[in-house]
Design a protein around this ligand. Sequence first.
Ligand code: HEC
Length: 155
Amino acid sequence: MQSIHMRLLGALTAIMLISGGTAVQADDTAEAEVVCDVKKGERVFRKCMTCHVLEPGKKKTGPSLWGIFGRVSGTEEGFNYSKAMKEAEITWTEETISAYIENPRKYIPRNKMAFPGVRKEQERVDLMCFLKENTMDPDAPAPDGDGADDAPAEG
Ligand code: HEC
């Protein structure tokens, strides 16, 4: 009796290992994909619209978000920032903007953006996609380009 049980167990383990291997592969593929939805991001952005515009050089209660990616915090010309925002000297990227809007008061203590935060990660991911599509000139060279061949190739 003992030995039959052992053999059965052995066979079961082998089957589990085979199917386990397949499952791991499937998970890897799923994890590599970053899914974001610009349309949903636009809806999240409504929370920001009371205070921010996307047009360059225009301000409301908050500074324009045009060109926000790559900008250093507190440097938009003509906007009266808090001391905290200017002294933070954070370069705005997907990661830093997301961390800031998750909990503005915690990320930059004493900054004056009166906004409670977007706590849902997926909403922030969608919002970043929307901002990327709407705060920079699609024809502009990449910010880290050398600018050597900015002129159009043909005229
Ligand atoms: C109630 C008004 C208000 C709302 C709503 C608001 N903001 Fe702000 N935001 C501000 C103000 C004011 C500042 C400047 C803060 C300071 O100087 O301390 C600011 C600053 C910022 C900055 C830094 C800008 C820079 O030039 O350094 C970013 C990025 C930003 N907000 C993004 C957002 C996003 C994204 C949302 C929506 C999820 C949002 N804000 C919602 C008022 C607001």
